[in-house]
Design a protein around this ligand. Structure first.
Ligand code: A2P
Length: 275
């Protein structure tokens, strides 16, 4: 047969590199931001803070799925896989992904990876997790992992957004995490939530770069020194390209050294999912 038609979407099957999983729940934070969770295959292992490819089966008339890298927002031992996503009206993936409902199919890559993991930072006293926008996602995973609290005396979750309503997971960090059976007690003693808003009034305003350069962040945390200290401070960064570039430069100017899985260091970074 020479004129075989392209397979209909219903006959499409995932490649050997992907699993087909089911949506468990969806939560819309704003018209630009939502979270969702999918089933976790038993064979799927990851370290808190890693990312994985996520996608949707091809729409009718399309032959290939569109996949994007997403940080996993749930911790490594969780039964479900949670994600935080923006909604881009003409985005190749998120224009469709924002409409998913419980029971729908989502594609999950089989190889999670990433550097925003505890293995990539040297032991220290304080762990700073700075995320802007959806860059909070990997830190939702790390901050719900008991290892963060056994490795560090203090875990600081910094979330920077333009508008107050983009402070997704505020309830988690101001109350729910303290009731968590696994990390609640540690979080009560060791976790500090540090949200900041840049484009409307809020209890704390300004970019992290400015809050750090001015020393305000350190004063807010009651720390003696008003800079990062290479002996004690470890930093993870996730956000826009500009954000991680400027924050990395700031870290370097404090003498901090970038780490990787092969060679743990003082700070690590990753660009947040964008399109
Ligand atoms: P701003 O409102 O001053 O641009 P975005 O949605 O653009 O990724 O921004 C999310 C948050 O990160 C905003 O509060 C934004 O502040 C801040 N931000 C953006 N770029 C940088 C940067 N280069 N350094 C520090 N903060 C940044």
């Amino acid at each position: 047969m020479s004129d075989v038609a392209a397979p209909a979407a219903s006959t499409w099957t995932p490649s050997a590199a992907q699993n087909l999983e089911k949506v468990l729940w969806v939560r819309h934070w704003t018209d630009r931001l939502f979270s969702f969770a999918i089933t976790r295959p038993e064979s799927f292992r990851f370290r808190s803070g890693e990312f994985v490819m996520i996608g949707l089966p091809p729409a009718p008339g399309e032959s290939k799925p569109i996949l994007r890298a997403y940080s996993i927002a749930s911790p490594s031992f969780a039964e479900e896989l949670e994600f935080l996503s923006i909604k881009v009206q003409d985005g190749p993936l998120t224009s469709r992904l924002q409409h998913i409902q419980p029971g729908d199919d989502v594609l999950l890559g089989k190889k999670p990876t990433g550097t925003l993991v505890l293995d990539a930072v040297r032991p220290g006293k304080r762990l700073f997790l700075f995320g802007t926008g959806t860059g909070l996602a990997p830190f939702l995973s790390v901050a719900r992992d008991p290892d963060a609290y056994s490795n560090f005396e203090q875990v600081i979750v910094g979330h920077g957004v333009r508008e107050v309503n983009e402070l997704a997971y505020r309830d988690l960090f101001t109350q729910d995490i303290f009731e968590d059976p696994l990390v609640g007690e540690e979080a009560r003693q060791q976790l500090v939530y540090y949200p900041t808003v840049t484009r409307e009034p809020f209890e704390r305003q300004g970019r992290f770069t400015d809050l750090i350069s001015s020393g305000q962040l350190f004063r807010d945390l009651g720390l003696e020194g008003v800079t990062f200290n290479r002996d004690e401070d470890r930093i993870m960064l996730c956000g826009s390209m500009d954000f991680i570039k400027d924050m990395a430069a700031l870290c370097e100017s404090h003498g901090l050294v970038e780490g990787s899985n092969a060679e743990p260091g003082d700070y690590v970074l990753e660009r947040a999912f964008v399109g």
